[in-house]
Design a protein around this ligand. Structure first.
Ligand SMILES: [Cu+2]
Length: 122
């Protein structure tokens, strides 16, 4: 379905549409903790929901604290038709600001990346 709509976009509307933001790659649909969330309890895992299935071997996310240090995390897993990336955290997050930097390869072979932030309150 997604490939068909991509093809139709090229065939019907050409590059004008293809260059637009509505093009179908694996975009981050939602996350938990969410972007700009302020939470009072450390999450057990990061959960990222994408708009397409992912290739686990080339997909992942790194959690960094406010100083840019990498936070210890477990092995990433896919679920929900490979559209949900779950990354377990190995210990409770201390209060502070955190940034999630993600990079994924979708099943259609396209790479996308991005980042978002959340805050753990004291
Ligand atoms: Cu794509």
């Amino acid at each position: 379905m997604k490939h068909a709509s991509v093809f139709l976009a090229f065939a019907g509307l050409g590059y004008l549409f293809a260059a637009g933001p509505a093009f179908a790659h694996a975009h981050l649909k939602s996350a938990n903790p969410a972007d700009k969330a302020i939470i009072s309890t450390s999450p057990m895992a990061l959960t990222l929901d994408f708009t397409e299935g992912l290739n686990l071997a080339f997909s992942g996310a790194n959690l960094q604290d406010a100083s840019g240090s990498q936070v210890q995390q477990g092995k990433a897993q896919l679920s929900n038709g490979d559209e949900t990336l779950t990354i377990p955290l190995q210990s409770a997050l201390r209060p502070g600001d955190y940034t999630v930097k993600w990079h994924v390869l979708s099943a259609d072979g396209h790479k996308t990346d991005g980042s978002y932030s959340f805050t753990v309150e004291p």
